[in-house]
Design a protein around this ligand. Structure first.
Ligand code: FAD
Length: 583
């Protein structure tokens, strides 16, 4: 009361002398919040099964060594994938709806390079009697060998080429993947104990029957036979396979191609042929029968080719070559238009009544490659990945799996790595259950999201990250609360000056410096996962949310939570679900 004598109409306020915690105000709620770690779309979209969100979060917490360890649990060659993967993870990144997708590939590349700078890993002790044969040392073979060696098996890789790496060495040019990066990456796999037998062609130097001593065989021989274009006069000098041309250049040769080079195709091989020819002094033109939208090449590669000034002619296909003195002089081309979609879902190119002529010193066919599995006995050859179809066939004693480009899986490095892992899990599962030690874990429980990408960490049951009630459900952007996010521009990769890049085979895309890569990791929204931002704690009107004593997360004191749902509403990451009290 004031000393003016006027009474203020304030109702009496109860004040307690002691704690009010005795009143368990949460007893009448009918729904309660539950922390659930759900699946970030990047993780679900990664064919390699990498816990991308997990390593981004570790980087946020400045736990770089643990981030590298987490990455290596699923991916044997992160310095390679950071450079050449088509990063399907970024295509589904929720951040793209907010400002722009996180440049996951650049963060992976930075971590991968840091891994390469670390001392070689120690050899893994062998804990199983069975020996495994892997045929082919591309990404599929490397992944299978790596994971099985880490599981304690003795693995021998048979490789036809003089050095391991598959298409990473034979097809992908050095200006995209420097060979010292590949060499050092493979050296780390070898250090684990993988035995490489290079310059050994199965079917020529070693025969199928020689593999009977191995308990399981992984066929990962890729697709190396260049498809023919079906054009009249295809066998004339100067018309050749684009992949053979790339292989030659990647061996260090510098074939004479002349100035006018026509590259036929719209995939990675075509982009690599054109950019390689450019570096040999040519003025390449890419001829593609559909439009830019339908090009199967990685977007980044197309953009870099455009940036380097490569000319494209869309909606055109080669009809016939014209030659002078027994050598190609040009090609007659057919104009096309797009019709209804074909089996691939892309609109079918249809010829229209118009042709044109292109002069050419060299024509490179880059319209796809076919596998050659003539060395596998017919009764065994099949093209299914392991685990869905565990047993493809057998030599009598060995079990046979196949993966990567030799199967009808998608032809990318990421899919090949994923298929190698799938085979490794399938073999381990098969071999252990055969000895009575199989643990009965099925592929469903290893899947990350709906695509069926498998987690080796779950198979090994040694996840270093504490997961709060994991739920195999992908978090959509609509389930996030973007009000708590701050717009931050992304960090584009740094590139060598175009004029400089065109002069040689130095790495054109130079990635990000460390500080920018970390800043990029900090842009990750950690979709679906509690990263202990404490906003739920701050917003809880009942002050019922607390930090766990062991620092592993937050918890809701259900005695005082009234189930208002504010925490779930405010959670920026969709990591809190409201469930019925009796659920
Ligand atoms: P491969 O990498 O082809 O490896 C198979 C290996 O098996 C080879 O080393 C071969 O020598 C060996 N081999 C074959 N037969 C035998 C035998 N009988 N005995 C012993 N060894 C044998 N994908 C991307 O994701 N990003 C890219 O940027 C990209 N660029 C590409 C560029 C080009 C030019 C090409 C051709 C492909 C590109 N790809 C790219 C696709 C990618 O390279 C493949 O999908 C991937 O390498 C397939 O891996 P793999 O292990 O199945 O086969």
């Amino acid at each position: 009361m004031s000393d003016t004598g006027q009474k203020r109409k304030i109702p009496p306020i109860p004040v307690s002398d002691t704690t009010t915690l005795v009143n368990k105000t949460g007893s009448w709620k009918y729904i309660r919040p539950v922390y659930q770690d759900r699946v970030a779309p990047c993780n679900a979209g990664c064919p390699v099964g990498i816990d991308i969100e997990g390593y981004m979060n570790l980087l946020r917490e400045e736990r770089t060594d643990e981030a590298m360890d987490l990455l290596l649990r699923e991916n044997p060659i992160p310095a390679v994938t950071g450079r050449v993967c088509d990063h399907p993870c970024e295509v589904v990144c929720n951040r793209r709806y907010f400002d722009e997708a996180v440049a996951i590939h650049s963060v992976e590349r930075t971590l991968g390079d840091r891994i390469l700078d670390a001392p070689l890993p120690a050899q893994i002790p062998r804990t199983h009697d069975e020996r495994i044969a892997v045929i082919g040392s591309g990404p599929a073979g490397l992944a299978c060998a790596y994971h099985l060696t880490r599981q304690g098996y003795a693995v021998t890789v048979f490789e036809a080429a003089a050095e391991a790496g598959g298409m990473l060495r034979l097809g992908i040019p050095e200006y995209r993947l420097p060979r010292d990066v590949l060499d050092r990456q493979i050296a780390r796999i070898e250090a684990l104990g993988v035995e490489f037998k290079c310059a050994t062609v199965v079917g020529h130097d070693v025969f199928w029957d020689d593999l009977a001593d191995f308990a399981a065989v992984f066929v990962a021989t890729g697709a190396h036979d260049g498809r023919k274009m079906g054009m009249e006069g295809e066998d004339v000098e100067g018309v050749r396979s684009g992949l053979d041309f790339l292989k030659e250049v990647n061996r260090g040769e510098r074939p004479e191609v002349g100035k006018k080079v026509v590259v036929v195709g719209g995939g990675n091989t075509a982009m690599d042929c054109a950019r390689t020819a450019l570096r040999l002094g040519a003025e390449p033109i890419v001829l593609y029968r559909r439009t830019r939208n339908e090009m199967p090449a990685i977007e980044q590669e197309i953009e870099e080719a455009e940036h380097e000034g490569i000319e494209f002619i869309f909606l055109a296909a080669p009809l016939a070559s014209r030659s002078e003195n027994g050598k190609v002089a040009g090609i007659e081309c057919q104009r096309m238009e797009l019709g209804p979609p074909d089996d691939s879902g892309r609109r079918r190119p249809m010829p229209i009544d118009e042709t044109f002529y292109l002069e050419a010193d060299t024509v490179l066919a880059a319209i796809g490659e076919l596998p050659d599995i003539g060395f596998v006995p017919e009764e065994i050859s099949g093209n299914k990945n392991a685990i869905q179809v565990t047993l493809v066939g057998g030599t009598g004693r060995a079990t046979v799996f196949a993966g990567g480009d030799v199967t009808d899986d998608e032809r990318t490095v990421a899919y090949a790595l994923g298929s190698g892992k799938r085979a490794a899990i399938g073999m381990d599962r098969y071999l252990r259950s055969r000895t009575g030690a199989g643990d009965g874990v099925g592929p469903e429980s290893l899947s990350i999201g709906p695509e069926g990408n498998l987690s080796m960490t779950r198979w090994r049951d040694d996840d270093p990250i504490h997961r709060e009630s994991p739920v195999n459900e992908v978090v959509t952007y609509g389930e996030l609360n973007p009000n708590h996010f701050v717009h931050l521009p992304g960090h584009p990769d740094h590139h060598m000056e175009v004029e400089e890049a065109k002069k040689g085979f130095g790495e054109a895309n130079q990635g990000l410096p460390d500080d920018e890569a970390v800043a990029e990791a900090l842009r990750c929204l950690n979709c679906g996962v509690c990263n202990q931002c404490e906003l739920c704690m701050i917003f809880c009107p009942d002050r019922a949310i607390h930090r766990k004593a062991d620092g592993t997360g937050l918890y809701v004191d259900l005695d005082y939570c009234k189930g208002c749902g504010v925490c779930a509403e405010e959670c920026p990451r969709g990591a809190i679900a409201m469930v019925k009290e009796d659920a």
